[in-house]
Structure formats: C-alpha cells, structure tokens
Design a protein around this ligand. Sequence first.
Ligand code: G4P
Length: 280
Amino acid sequence: MNIQWYPGHMTKAKRAMKEDIKLIDLIIELVDARVPLSSRNPDIDELGAGKARIVLLNKSDLSDERCNSAWESYFEAKGCYVVKVNSKSGAGLKQINGVVQEACKEKIERDRRRGILNRPVRAMVVGIPNVGKSTFINSFAGKACTKTGNRPGVTKGNQWIRLNKSLELLDTPGILWPKFEDQQVGIRLALIGSVNDEILNKDELAMELIRFLTKKYPRVLSERYGIETEDALEALMQVAQARACLAKGGELDLVKASNLLIDDFRSGKLGRMTLELPAQ
Ligand code: G4P
C-alpha cells in the first residue's frame, strides 16, 4: 500500500467523507486490534457525530485476547458498539447483523413512527489503509449480495451493496488518514506494516520491537531465539547469530535479522500481541 498523506490528500479525503457520511445511518469503523488507537483517526468522532457507530476490532486473531476486552470497554465508553472480528477467516462476522439492528434501533423506531417500514440501514466502512477494509467487505458481503446500482445523491461510482433486507453497504470504503502526531504512533504502524517501513531504519524498528517485547512479553525472545539480554542491540545481534544472518564477509547482517524478527511478529509467530493499551 504505502499511501503518502499530505495536507492536500487529507483535506480531500475529509471532504469526500463528509459527503458520504450524509448518505448513511451507520459507520462501521475498522481498527487493527493490535493497535486500536494508533490505527484510527479520531477525527471520525467529529465527522460521524450523530450517526450510529460500530467499531470492529479487526485482525483480533493476531492481538492479545486479554487486551481485546480492555479495548472493547474503551470504545463502548465512547458510545460505540464493538465486535471482535477476523475478516480473513470470517470469525465474528455473524454477530454483526444483530449489532447493526441494536446500534440503529433509534433510527428504526423513528422510521416506524413515521410509517416507514423495512427501510434498510445504510452503512459505510471506514478505516486507515491496511486495517482490512476490502477483506472485510468481501467476507461480510460475500457472493450473495447484489449491487443496487447508482441512485441520486450517491457520488458517481459509489454503489450500494444490498446485504439483506435490512442492511445496505456503500461499496467503496472510506479511507481515513493516519494521525502521526506522536512518534510512537508511527513506530507502531510501521511495526504492523501499515506505513512505509522507511519511517525508521529496519534495525531501529526491530530494536523498538525488542524493547517492547522485553517489557511486555519477556519470555518470547528467550523461548524463540534463546536471547537472554535486555540490551536491544545485543539482542538483535543474538537473533542474527541464532538465525545465521550473515553478510558476505561473515559479519552479522542486522538488517536481515531485523526483517526476520519483524516478519515473525507481523505473522503472529511470536504469539498474539497487542502493542498498546488504553490510557489508565
Ligand atoms: P485495506 O482495504 O483496509 O487497505 O486492507 P486489506 O483488506 O487490503 O487488508 C490488508 C492486509 O490485512 C491483507 O494482507 C489482509 O489479508 C490482511 N487482513 C485483513 N483482515 C485480517 C484479519 O482479520 N486477520 C489477519 N490476520 N489478516 C487480515 P496482505 O498481506 O496485504 O494480503 P494477503 O497476503 O493476506 O492476501
């Protein structure tokens, strides 16, 4: 992916989202369950004011189950409904229809009072790049759905996917821009592979990961690579040794070792992990 966000892009994305949000009842926001805060843009709270909200903790197959519940409470306290999902396998998706009805019960009730029966809820999927929006839409909408075609008021090119008689989804997801004010946010997004790796040198990124692991999941490094030191550089050198990452002259290839360690983390080989917790 690697979209570079410049102020012009953000203004344009924000304007497009404002228009699209006018057309919908419900915002389905995807966040990456390993970094639920760093992988969202809080501007959506303001953009989506007055709309029903569901937050999907996506990629929850990769995140720490103990932390998932802390994040569920965090988003619920903000007035959102929350569902843990794995868009790749489809786990958790079945719950969503029920949660949509619950999240939109006021709108459904309002419609009923006005004599409008069975008007489907209209929803839009939003999230920063790489959180899994396309994967989610494909799994959730599946093959059974039918596109309902362009309608007045819908931005040209946008179509509604009719999921069932009570839910329609805008077929193109809304792309939110990541918010990099805090350097740690950039590091976490780089660790999960959601921004250009060049934000930091690979070895610096790997050492950030080592520092995090030493603090939060101390046994992982020793169990997987036999590392016993708490010094990040020393630990990286031990990964290089343990995995025979050697450059031409026989010296340790730290970039290779860094890639290996980061790939192990991203693919879940180090276990299920969450990189951040809600502020206490
Ligand atoms: P986007 O539209 O928001 O930009 O994201 P997209 O669906 O393209 O998903 C980005 C990557 O995240 C994809 O991996 C996708 O398979 C993976 N992904 C999405 N949801 C989940 C999930 O719940 N769990 C896990 N483990 N992975 C998920 P990729 O490496 O780019 O593609 P692929 O090799 O999987 O095809």
